[in-house]
Design a binder for this molecule. Sequence first.
Ligand code: PMP
Length: 375
Amino acid sequence: MAFGWIDEQAELRRRAGLVRTLRPRAADAPLLDLASNDYLGLARHPEVAEGAARAARTWGGGATGSRLVTGTTELHTELERELADFCGFEAALVLSSGYAANLAAVTALAPHGSLIVSDAGNHASLIDGCRLARGRTQVVAHTDPDAVRKALSGHDAAAVAVSDTVFSVDGDAAPLAALARACREHGAGLVLDDAHGLGVLGDGGRGAPHAAGLAGAEDVVVTLTLSKSFGSQGGAVLGPARVVEHLVNTARTFIFDTGLAPAAAGAALSALRLLRREPGRAARAGAVARALHHRLTAAGLEAVRPDAAVVSVRAPSPEQAVRWAADCRAAGLSVGCFRPPSVPDGISRLRLTARADLSGAEIERAVQVIGDTRP
Ligand code: PMP
């Protein structure tokens, strides 16, 4: 039978307790949300929703074509200008997702004969970028600039190091300044995925590279998602104008993909302008994460100290992690549950995300529920 092997895999998943299912979210969900990536609480902000609606009314439901044909509206170029300016880079290129942005950046900057040095904890989209690129990939120890330096030494052709700025599973940060130094010693480029740093770290949420003094550097390229702090959808690559021009001409996930939907561009632009007007939201998301960590630890739970808005809590086993998350849900709290194969280290955990608009009472309630339902 065609696809018969799928049933064997499904059975193995069932036996291992690793089956994933989709749970539709109701528009008026009464759950307390510590699972989404809506770090600044902007996804449902009236200004952001209105930005999406206005863009759809002006430009329509879709971009109508790839960016190089009909899919670049004035709204796209406005968003690119303002993103580059906000984060401190010369130019920006908007793509249909952060995933596409990572595939674009890594494949376009790692030609045949080049070396890619990739952190062992990188996001799946960076890993897939490495798999698609023509260069050779060397995976190095997590957050270890000396391992990057060692991998780069002795390689004479083009080279690039790639890393998340804030790792999506445990919320720990990469040592950006040391990574940049290691790359510079060897004339290598540095690609940083700031999906979890934008809107949370740096002056007013300008991101982790800005905080590390790397904004505008000629050897640094940053990828972003518009789907987390900016409460919308889409991705971007920021860097020197010549790098962006190179991507426009060579990056397949840019060239052969339909442009970002105008509604998503409009929502992201509204979120960006709102954050400029209310920069305190960024610091608040970080403060909420630290408060969550502090209270969880005080309750005797094993939580990783957060560097941005993600707080990771260790669970004893995949089965117990699943049950813990389900029990939280039954008690009115939505939390993320990460387990193998999403986590290569085999450690299952609850993944909590701080939001700038969480109140002190909501933090207390969340900690109470997590503590009461612990395995
Ligand atoms: N990079 C990281 C670190 C992420 O966590 C994500 C989203 N899970 C992405 C890239 C992909 O972004 P998008 O959802 O916009 O495709």
